[in-house]
Design a protein around this ligand. Sequence first.
Ligand code: AMP
Ligand code: MG
Length: 481
Amino acid sequence: MIAFDNSYAQLPAALFERTRPTPVKAPTLITVNTELALSLGLDAKWLASDEGIAMLSGNEVVEGSDPLAMAYAGHQFGQWVPQLGDGRAVLLGEIVAENQRYDLQLKGAGRTPFSRGGDGRNWVGPVLREYLVSEAMASLGVPTTRALAAVSTGEYVLREQGPMPGAIVARVARSHIRVGTFQYFAARNNSDALQGLIHHVIERHYPHLSDADNSATALLEAVINAQASLVAHWQSLGFIHGVMNTDNCSVSGDTIDYGPCAFMDTYSADKLFSSIDMGARYAYQNQPRMAQWNLVNLAQCLLPFIDEEPERSVEIAQAAINRFDEIFITHYTRRMRMKLGLSDEQDNDLELASQLLQLMETHQLDFTISFTQLTTDEANTPFAPGGPLHEWFCSWQERLGGGAESLMAARELMKDVNPVVIPRNHLVEEFIDSAVRDGDYAKFNDMLAAVTSPFKDDHLGTQYAQAPKPEELVTQTFCGT
Ligand code: AMP
Ligand code: MG
């Protein structure tokens, strides 16, 4: 059983709509995340039992759960949409474990008051993709929502490609509060809801700010820092979110909403995967700027609470927003230093990293593999004598202090931050195909094991550590909701 807490349901009523998951025909467990269950104090065996599956599929609402759909709005690709909200997700309640509160949400649980024209459902492709990529991100140390379980529904959902097997993912998040949640109430001039939200977010995500002189300013600065740190982490791994709309921008600074996301193979600064992003708004190199754009929208919502005098509010908010670049660069430089095994700081470190990226781009090298080669052994790689990156390699070695010892020491540090395995797109598509076509999850499970131990060099030489062959290369991803 689960002892749910329901603090969001106690907030002003405008923040959500009470709703119940819609039961499904024949729920079957695809997988349950035993390790995550344990850390939440949940019994994985119970989750995998008939009763557990009934809860995970939305067929039963267990005692103590007060299910609801959250209200939010957002800018989608820069366009204002005054009402979005949980159209296919139902929050079952919260679990408090080790002083941290977590939402448990079913994504794909049927229609809600926010569904608009949608069916409220999800299918096995996006469910497995979100499950695997979010768990990979967690194992890479990136703040993210998690996946507790996936179930198939025994029903079909109609999508562009035709009828697809339905599925639900049970998602765990420190909260599902987004910039778009604030926007929903700011657009409706609902000060009470905003005030409640500010208080709730500070208590939940930034408790050290509870004594701040001004809660709104402190919150804005905290979210700016959390987002800058998050996006710096993404950049350092070649992760492209793909839909950084304000409704997919969490105020806790966690990665949320895995749609057309992808890790890049060959390095390219303007890499883009999403099939629906015509303006290349969310391309790799734009991600920091887009995060800042989202934060401007958060700032806008908080203005009335920052200072009594509107002009002064704008001044304070603008100053906070203007600091984003510097904060981002600080986080990003720290990440790149770690990737290069630099344990002290020198002025030219960022330049050294940029030069490497430029060389990768010129010579069309794989981002992850280039760092792995640098971390393990440069022989027979572009870094070796005679190779196109040898000159860079020499300047890096010099920066490390020269000599074999400093190289070895650096490589020891680098192993903890440079993954051998990332969730490669072509392999993601492969396991989705196999699940859809044959109801076979073996490839999914096998890859899940690999991406959740991403730094282990046992994976070297396996398909998970290799770049796609030209004929396997995936150049486009689809939202596929
Ligand atoms: P997303 O692109 O996944 O961030 O979703 C954007 C909005 O569309 C959110 O309000 C979702 O709840 C809603 N949405 C996406 N898919 C569906 C669906 N199948 N049924 C109802 N609402 C949906
Ligand atoms: Mg979303």
